[in-house]
Design a protein. Structure first.
Length: 277
């Protein structure tokens, strides 16, 4: 008669359970490095320790927390960050400033062109300070990482260009947006209802940005002129002219003179016809 043997303990399952406990989200080293650098670049004046960094980037596993410690040490050795206290680091580059022109792009690939003609510097949207295309700005340059393009952050807008944009109005109940096709602005412009200047949904309009609060995703604007209904020939022609900063309206005296041109041509044609006869 066979004896009942006690059930064999599944050690593999138990080990697997222990292994999975506290693993959390695994992150590849390169992705972790980029995430850590982004934390420092988002708050260039703030110091962080490895626990704060781990929490921000979502690392919970103890092994990966130790990896964060190693990466912080390596970044410090490369002069990308500076250890200001024991185990506390801050972005290196404070005090390294440059002045030049900001070039905004709707795809987020903004850049800074130094006025001395140096190498263009990449400016992430989070570090743009809401500078607009063509603005003269002061930029803090970050320490350059090996193999990466130079980066920086706009710390001051010294001179602003005219901030007008052409687009189509999208009017809702209590507010409106200007939907632009401009290659330098990815964000639609928010327009309070009392700043529409009579504009209606679907109108082609010219809008001036009047403010872009630090925490706001969209700039605030006001309508300065209505060009007509989008899709109509006159409205679209005026929109093209306005987009390039060309005049699309003329004084009444010029328009009256232009209206007489067909009459003058007809009169000359009549004279020539009489002479031929």
């Amino acid at each position: 008669m066979a004896k009942n043997r006690p059930a064999k303990k599944d050690n593999n399952k138990e080990k697997k359970g222990k292994k999975e406990k506290g693993v959390g989200k695994r992150m590849k080293k390169e992705a972790m490095i980029q995430a850590i650098i982004s934390v420092f670049q988002s708050s260039p004046k703030e110091p962080f320790n490895y626990k704060q960094i781990s929490k921000i980037i979502g690392v919970e596993n103890q092994v990966q927390k130790l990896q964060v410690v190693d990466i912080l040490y390596d970044l410090s050795a490369e002069d990308i960050i500076t250890e200001i206290d024991r185990g506390r680091y801050r972005l290196n580059g404070l005090g390294t400033m440059a002045v030049g022109t900001f070039a905004r792009r709707s795809n987020g690939k903004n850049s800074f062109i130094p006025e001395d003609g140096g190498t263009p510097v990449f400016i992430a949207e989070r570090n743009s300070g809401h500078a607009m295309d063509g603005d003269k700005v002061k930029v803090q340059l970050f320490a350059k990482r090996k193999g990466a393009e130079p980066e920086g952050e706009v710390v001051e807008i010294l001179e602003s260009k005219e901030r007008t944009f052409v687009g189509k109005l999208q009017v809702a109940k209590g507010f409106a947006f200007l939907i632009t096709e401009n290659k330098t602005l990815a964000n639609d412009i928010f327009i309070p209802k009392d700043k529409l200047k009579g504009g209606k949904n679907g109108d082609k309009a010219i809008v001036r940005i009047v403010e872009w609060p630090d925490e706001a995703k969209n700039p605030l604007g006001e309508v300065i002129d209505i060009l007509g209904i989008a899709g109509q020939n006159t409205a679209e022609m005026h929109a093209i002219l306005a987009e390039f900063g060309l005049p699309y309206k003329y004084p009444s005296s010029v328009e009256k003179a232009a209206d007489k041109i067909p009459e003058a041509i007809a009169a000359v044609a009549g004279i020539l016809e009489d002479q031929i006869k």
